[in-house]
Design a protein around this ligand. Sequence first.
Ligand SMILES: [Mg+2]
Length: 225
Amino acid sequence: MKVLWLYDIDGTILSTEGAGRASMSQAFELCFGVEKAFSGLSFAGATDLGITGQAFEAAGLPQETERLRVAYLPLLSGRLAQKAPRLCPGIHALLPRTASIGHNALLTGNWRTGARIKLESLDLAGPFEHQGRLLGAFGDDAADRNLLVPIAQAQARAAGLSFDLTVVIGDTPRDVACARAGGALAVAVCTGWSDRETLEASGPDLLVDDLVSGADALLDLVGRS
Ligand SMILES: [Mg+2]
């Protein structure tokens, strides 16, 4: 049994503690002169393509995604160089365990380069790289997170990796929903945006408080499948 492990980033691997949102908002203002373009929009479980699309629509602007992305990335990088993200508990110990029975990859709403900036700020890109490239599905691939599981699976197969089962690990009901949409198992973890009750209601296959206390149960879930 080989597993494709699809890790979410924000709230699951790390938390930028608002640096992502602040950088996006600043980039929008610099590019288009609109302040607080993201106020009232939820970043939890959203994709960068999806959330920026909503902001352009709300501001009545054309979708100049590439211009915004180019402005956002160095701002994010600068903020994280000043204050590194908070590492979620259990990640360092879990990654080699999941890698030993499959392949670690990402399923994140971050643009691919944004994902790399966040992971590299904690020296965590390596475990998700295959031949120098981050493996998985990203916010560039689709605005709708529910489309990302098959994209990540196709990326893994294109890289020559085989697997029998896919597991999504994330911190919001949107992570659980995208696992369902893609026929993957869903592990929800309470280290991010959503509280336990909200995650429970989304119906994950496994709900854990964090990836320390939940590590054994997570590996058992695969054993039982
Ligand atoms: Mg998340």
